[in-house]
Design a protein around this ligand. Structure first.
Ligand code: NAP
Ligand code: SF4
Length: 733
C-alpha cells in the first residue's frame, strides 16, 4: 500500500462523525455540554467529535476575503480580527482564500502560500486564534478563470462573464503541477499552525470549473462524465491528505447547486460528495451558485436558510460532517437546521463581521443583543469588489479592530445626541459604552430613522434587526432615550452638555414649487407611503430611480408586500414584530430555482414563474442611461432584475412637465410630450439635510458640537457612513 493510500484509508476510517457523547473525564467538554443544555440552542452548542479532534460547538465562521490577507504588513490587523471572533466563542474559522500559486491569484499579487516566508505571517494569525480556544482553517482558493490577471487558467479556454481575462486551458502537466502546489500549500498551512485547510471547490472557482460541464469541455481524462471531471479535484484532495497526514482537518467546499447552464445535477453532486469522503475529506461545506449565476444567493431578499434542503440531500448520502451555509444569520434558524438533522455544522461568514460575539450571546440566551448581519453587502462584498478593505455596515469595528477602539473615557462627559436614526444610535451606544452620560433625543415616537422606511420594503425585513439591536444596546448601555422630544437650541444650551452630537438626519426632497402639480393630494413622498400615512392607487409614477425609487417600485409591485396603511402602527413599535417574509417556495419560483432537492435539471435551474404585478408602476429619472446604474455593486443587479420581472416600466432621460389629475406629463428623450395616466405619484428625488441645530457662525456655544450622518451630508445618504460617523465621533470624545 502506498503512503498515499494508507494516509487516505486511515482518515477514511477516522473522519466519520463520532458520537457527540464525550468522555466524562474531559472537564472542558463536560462544561461545554452543560452550557449547551442550559442554552436555548442546545444543538448548535453541542461539540462535534471528528475522531482526532473536537469542535467545541457547531458554529463555523466561513471564509470571507477581507483584503487584509493580501499584504504581509496587514497580518497584525488580520490576527486581531480573527482573535476577536475567537474570543466570541466560535468553534472554527476559515480564512479568506489563499492561492496555492501565481496562476490561482484572485487579484495580482493576491494572498499566496507557497514559500516558507509566507508561514511566518500566517503564524501570527494562528497563534492569536489558538490563545482563545478556537480553531482556524486556511482556505486554499485557486481562482481559475475568475482570476483578475493575465495568468489565469481553467479547464477550458472560456472567458467568464465577470472577468476581462480569457484563461489559458490547463495542460495535463499544468494540472499535475497544480496538484503538487495544493499539497505544498497545505503542508505550509500546517507548518503555520492551522488546524486544517478548506479546499475551495464551489462558487465557480477552478475546481468547480473542472467539476461542471458549464466550463469543462475537455475531451481528455479530465473531461467528459462526472468521474473524469472530478479526477483533478479528487487528486488535489488525495495529495493534500497525503501531505498533511490524518490529524489535520480537510474541508471541501462543494457546489450543491451551480445555478448556471450545464451545471451539475444532484446525482452528480452526490457522486462527488461520496468520492470526497473516500478521498479523505472530513467535512463537506456548502457552496451555492457560481459568482456569475443570475440568481441571488446571499443578498438580503434571499429568504433565510433558502438552500438548506440541498445540503440535507447530500448529507443523506455521506457519513462525514456536512455544513450548511447561505443566509443563516440568527441562532433560531441555525438551531432548527441542526436539530432537524439537515446539517451537522452551520457556516456563517458575514454574521461574524456584524457581531464577533454571536456565539457567546447565543450561549447566554442574549439573542436580542446580537448585532444581526442584514445581508446588505454594502461594506463587505461591495468593498471586496472595489478592492477595498472589508468592514461591516452595522459594525464599523470589523477589520478595524486595532484602529477603531472604544477605550474607556478618562473623564465621563455629559453628552447629548439629537436624532435617533442609525447615526445617532451608533454614536449614543459607543459614547455610553465608553462611560459617558448620554441622553438621546428623538422627535418621533420611535427610533430607527430612515431604517423605518427600509424595513418595510419586501425583502428588507432584516432591517428590523438593526433597530432592535441598537434599541437594546441603548438600554443596556444606560442611555437616557427621550422619544417625542423635539429639541431646540435653547434646550440644548440649558442642558449644560459637554458634547452635542447632531444626528438629525434628512427629509425627503419635495418638488413643491419646483414642479407644477407637485402639491396635488395624489403626489406623496416615499416617507408618506412607507410610514403608512398615505396610500396610492392602481397605477403609480415614481419620480427618481435611486435606491429608494427601486425599493418603492418593489414595494408597490411585489405580492408579499404588507401595505403599511394596513398595519397597526403600534405593532411596528414592538421590537419583536417582523412582517412575514417571502416564502422560500415563492422566492425560488420567482428566481427559477428548483423546488426539488434531488433535482435533475442542469444546475438546479428551472423556468422562472411569470409575475403579475400588483399595480402598474413607471420608474423614471432625468439622467440618460440605464436605471439603477448607481446601485450597489453586488446587490444592484438583483434590484434591477426584480423591478424588470415585476413589470415596472423604466423611463430614463425624461423631463417632468407637470402633474395633473390625469397623471404626469413628461417629455421623452425624443422631445415629445407624453401623458402617463397614473392615479398617484411617489417622489423619491433624494433628500435634504436637517442641521439647523448646529451653531451659526458667530455663536458662542457652551458645548462642543459634532455633525454626523445624513445631517452632515444628504447627497450620499448612506447608512454605512452614518453608523461609522457616529462610532468614530463617539470614540474620540
Ligand atoms: P439617490 O440615489 O440620490 O436618487 C435620487 C433620485 O432622484 C435620482 O434618480 C435622481 O435622478 C432623482 N432626483 C434628484 N433630484 C431631483 C429633482 N429635483 N427632481 C426630480 N428628480 C430628482 O437617492 P435615494 O434613492 O433617495 O437614495 C438615497 C441613498 O440611500 C442612496 O445613495 C443609497 O446609499 C441609499 N439606498 C440604497 C438602496 C439600494 O442600494 N438598494 C436602497 C435605498 C437607499 P435624476 O437626477 O436623474 O432625475
Ligand atoms: Fe452583513 Fe451588511 Fe455587515 Fe456585510 S456589511 S456583514 S452584509 S451587515
Amino acid at each position: 500500500m502506498s503512503t498515499s493510500q494508507s494516509a487516505t484509508n486511515a482518515v477514511a476510517s477516522s473522519n466519520h462523525i463520532h458520537s457527540t457523547t464525550l468522555p466524562t473525564n474531559n472537564a472542558t467538554n463536560s462544561t461545554s455540554k452543560q452550557n449547551a443544555s442550559q442554552s436555548p440552542y442546545p444543538h448548535i452548542l453541542e461539540p462535534l467529535d471528528l475522531g482526532f479532534t473536537t469542535l467545541k460547538n457547531r458554529i463555523v465562521m466561513g471564509s470571507m476575503h477581507t483584503g487584509l490577507e493580501d499584504r504581509f504588513y496587514n497580518y497584525g490587523k488580520l490576527a486581531a480580527y480573527f482573535a476577536e471572533r475567537a474570543k466570541g466563542g466560535v468553534a472554527m474559522m476559515i480564512t479568506g482564500g489563499i492561492s496555492p500559486n501565481r496562476e490561482g491569484w484572485l487579484l495580482p499579487a493576491g494572498g499566496t502560500m507557497n514559500t516558507k516566508a509566507d508561514v511566518l505571517n500566517h503564524r501570527r494569525v494562528t497563534q492569536a486564534v489558538h490563545k482563545h480556544d478556537s480553531k482556524i482553517i486556511m482556505q486554499i482558493l485557486h481562482s481559475g478563470r475568475y482570476g483578475y490577471h493575465p495568468f489565469s487558467v481553467s479547464s477550458s479556454a472560456i472567458k467568464s462573464p465577470i472577468t476581462p481575462f480569457k484563461p489559458r486551458k490547463m495542460s495535463i502537466k499544468n494540472i499535475e503541477q497544480t496538484v503538487k502546489d495544493y499539497a505544498r500549500c497545505a503542508t505550509l498551512a500546517k507548518e503555520a499552525g492551522y488546524d486544517g485547510v478548506e479546499i475551495m471547490g464551489s462558487e465557480g472557482y477552478l475546481l468547480n470549473q473542472f467539476l461542471s460541464r458549464h466550463v469543462n469541455q475537455r475531451t481528455d481524462e479530465y473531461g467528459g462524465d462526472i468521474y473524469a471531471r472530478m479526477k483533478f479535484p479528487l487528486n488535489v484532495v488525495r495529495a493534500v491528505r497525503e501531505a498533511v497526514g490524518s490529524d489535520f482537518i480537510i474541508i471541501f467546499r462543494l457546489s450543491m447547486l451551480d445555478l448556471v447552464q450545464d451545471g451539475n445535477v444532484m446525482d452528480e453532486v452526490i457522486t462527488i460528495a461520496k468520492a470526497l469522503e473516500e478521498a479523505g475529506v472530513n467535512i463537506i461545506n456548502t457552496g451555492i451558485g457560481w459568482h456569475e449565476a443570475r440568481v441571488p444567493t446571499i443578498v438580503t431578499s434571499v429568504p433565510r436558510a433558502a438552500f438548506v434542503d440541498f445540503t440535507h440531500e447530500v448529507k443523506k448520502h455521506v457519513n462525514i460532517a456536512v455544513m450548511a451555509s447561505n443566509r443563516i444569520n440568527m441562532p433560531d434558524t441555525a438551531e432548527q437546521i441542526v436539530a432537524d438533522g439537515q446539517a451537522d455544522l452551520i457556516q456563517m461568514a458575514r454574521p461574524f463581521l456584524a457581531d464577533p460575539y454571536w456565539v457567546n450571546k447565543a450561549k447566554e440566551g442574549k439573542t436580542d443583543r446580537i448585532n444581526t448581519c442584514i445581508a446588505c453587502n454594502q461594506a463587505c462584498l461591495d468593498h471586496t469588489f472595489q478592492h477595498k478593505r472589508s468592514t461591516c455596515l452595522v459594525n464599523p469595528q470589523a477589520c478595524y479592530e486595532t484602529e477603531l477602539v472604544y477605550k474607556k473615557a478618562k473623564v465621563a462627559k455629559k453628552v447629548a445626541v439629537v436624532g435617533g436614526g442609525v447615526a445617532g444610535m451608533s454614536a449614543a451606544t459607543v459614547a455610553a459604552k465608553r462611560g459617558h452620560d448620554v441622553t438621546l433625543f428623538e422627535a418621533k415616537d420611535r427610533l430607527g430613522g430612515q431604517f423605518n422606511y427600509a424595513k418595510v420594503i419586501p425583502g428588507k425585513e432584516e432591517f428590523f434587526e438593526t433597530i432592535r439591536y441598537f434599541t437594546n444596546e441603548l438600554n443596556h448601555q444606560g442611555v437616557t432615550v427621550k422619544l417625542d422630544t423635539k429639541v431646540d437650541k435653547a434646550m440644548l444650551e440649558e442642558g449644560k452638555f459637554d458634547h452635542i452630537i447632531i444626528a438629525t438626519g434628512v427629509v425627503p426632497r419635495s418638488l413643491v414649487g419646483k414642479l407644477e402639480g407637485a402639491d396635488l393630494p395624489q403626489v406623496i413622498s416615499y416617507a408618506d407611503l412607507l410610514s403608512g400615512q398615505k396610500s396610492v392607487g392602481d397605477s403609480v409614477a415614481v419620480i427618481g430611480a435611486g435606491g429608494i425609487g427601486f425599493d418603492v417600485s418593489e414595494y408597490l409591485t411585489a405580492h408579499h408586500t404588507q401595505p403599511m396603511d394596513e398595519i397597526d402602527p403600534d405593532l411596528l413599535k414592538d421590537l419583536s414584530y417582523r412582517p412575514t417574509p417571502q416564502s422560500i417556495e415563492s422566492w425560488r419560483e420567482e428566481w427559477g430555482v428548483t423546488l426539488d432537492s434531488d433535482y435533475q435539471t442542469d444546475g438546479g435551474l428551472v423556468k422562472r414563474e411569470k409575475i403579475t404585478p400588483m399595480r402598474q408602476v413607471y420608474l423614471m429619472q432625468r439622467s440618460a442611461g440605464r436605471l439603477g446604474a448607481g446601485l450597489n455593486k453586488t446587490s444592484g443587479w438583483v434590484h434591477r432584475a426584480a423591478v424588470k420581472s415585476h413589470g415596472v416600466i423604466q423611463l430614463s432621460g425624461v423631463q417632468y412637465e407637470k402633474i395633473t389629475d390625469e397623471g404626469i406629463w413628461v417629455t421623452n428623450p425624443q422631445g415629445h410630450s407624453q401623458l402617463l395616466r397614473v392615479d398617484s405619484v411617489v417622489v423619491c428625488a433624494g433628500q435634504e439635510s436637517v442641521n439647523e441645530l448646529m451653531p451659526n457662525v458667530g455663536d458662542a456655544p457652551n458645548a462642543q458640537y459634532h455633525l454626523i450622518g445624513g445631517a452632515k451630508l444628504a447627497a450620499e445618504l448612506d447608512a454605512k457612513r452614518a453608523i461609522r460617523d457616529g462610532a468614530e465621533v463617539a470614540a474620540t470624545i
